[in-house]
Design a protein around this ligand. Structure first.
Ligand SMILES: Nc1ncnc2c1ncn2[C@@H]1O[C@H](COP(=O)(O)OP(=O)(O)OP(=O)(O)O)[C@@H](O)[C@H]1O
Ligand SMILES: [Mg+2]
Length: 353
């Protein structure tokens, strides 16, 4: 072990004319890590991946692989394998020829190519499809073929850009689990772009949350979920999203719709604070803020209740749709540990005392 970061971005800026697609991005990825780039559309995820692959050059800043500056290094000299959202398979070649292609480009002797292709195809369970053309495969099988083509290169770094987005919901779940196992087996450093928070939360060892060309938070999925550092991240991570409600601060006491909340902000001037509570942490009963149940959405194994209160609306996730009825009057309350507070002016997380 050299002790270096597998990948490091140092003040990376990418401009397209007047538009800054990346506004100065810093992060590092550890060897063997599954690292997700998560963010809404247009936030700079693919730009970051393309810079890593060497398909684009940064306008400013440096990119290091294992301590070596690769900023000026050509894509073919970076030892990375990339799987794009559109799998970019060659339609006139068979699956086997597609997987073999990088090896042929690298002038690997024919006798070695056949077993390596078979091995890679076996890893992604398409060993029986080697003679078919991509057009004769399902979306999921095409995706596996693209993965096998990446595996066969034995690259140091895997770059995956929304590789599951063409798959239907069921196949996406299955393939997601397989991808995680595959990455563990191969132990290869992997950077995974997605706008799907559930994918990032389930797959990643750590993730970087992108917003508008900047990384706004980096951490393990559990850390980012438990302590979003801004309103933006709080509203983006979690489904349904965190309830974000305007609360009043008077002499350090926090009230929502006139009801006292179990948190204190003594160091804060009187005014407002945004109070965040995840739908799963909303308790319905006789205490707290009076609410009316406006709608109950039954999800089968759970339900989402939409609640109206004096100052707005909130959602509660319930284990059972039968516990509430539409039109019912109840009260909602929150445990202190489930309350997140944010500054309404800056959006930054505020810690209670
Ligand atoms: N070649 C280009 N020329 C001009 N603008 C570009 C170019 N490539 C990307 N952009 C812009 O840079 C920003 C970031 O784009 P990027 O493709 O990195 O977003 P993304 O996070 O991958 O989004 P998505 O989830 O939609 O794929 C966007 O505003 C995009 O329009
Ligand atoms: Mg993209």
């Amino acid at each position: 072990m050299s002790g270096n970061d597998a990948v490091r971005f140092d003040g990376v800026v990418k401009r397209h004319g007047a538009l800054a697609a990346l506004k100065g991005v810093n992060f590092s990825i550890q060897p063997g890590e599954f690292f997700a780039l998560l963010g809404p559309s247009g936030s700079g995820k693919s730009t970051t991946l393309r810079l890593m692959a060497g398909l684009d050059q940064p306008s400013e800043g440096r990119i290091l692989f294992d301590g070596a500056d690769v900023t000026a290094r050509e894509a073919q000299d970076r030892d990375v394998a990339m799987v794009f959202q559109s799998y970019a398979l060659y339609p006139h070649m068979t699956v086997g020829q597609n997987i073999a292609f990088p090896l042929e480009m690298a002038k690997v002797p024919k006798a070695q190519i056949v077993p390596q292709v078979a091995e890679a195809a076996r890893k992604v369970s398409i060993g029986h499809l080697l003679d078919r053309k991509p057009g004769q495969l399902s979306g999921g099988q095409q995706q596996r073929c693209a993965l096998a083509r990446a595996i066969v290169r034995k690259a140091n770094l895997f770059l995956l850009d929304e590789p599951l987005s063409n798959l239907d919901a069921k196949l996406r779940l299955e393939t997601r689990a397989e991808l995680k196992k595959l990455q563990r087996d191969l132990a290869v450093t992997t950077v995974y772009v997605t706008h799907d928070q559930e994918e990032a939360l389930t797959l990643a060892d750590r993730m970087a949350v992108f917003m508008d060309g900047e990384i706004v938070q980096i951490g393990t999925p559990a850390e980012v979920f438990a302590r979003p550092n801004s309103l933006q991240v709080a509203g983006f991570i979690g489904s349904p999203p965190m309830n974000l409600m305007r609360a009043a601060v008077r002499g350090g006491a926090v009230t929502l719709a006139g009801q006292p909340m179990p948190v204190k902000l003594p160091a804060r001037a009187d005014g407002e604070v945004i109070l965040g509570v995840r739908p799963s942490a909303v308790r319905l009963g006789r205490e707290g803020v009076p609410v009316t149940v406006e709608l109950v959405e039954n999800l089968g194994d759970s339900a989402i209740a939409e609640l109206a209160f004096a100052d707005g609306t909130a959602r509660a996730r319930l284990s059972d749709a039968a516990v509430v009825t539409e039109g019912q009057h109840l009260s909602m309350s929150f445990a202190a540990k489930d309350i997140h507070l944010f500054d309404p002016a800056t959006g930054a997380r505020v810690e209670p005392e």
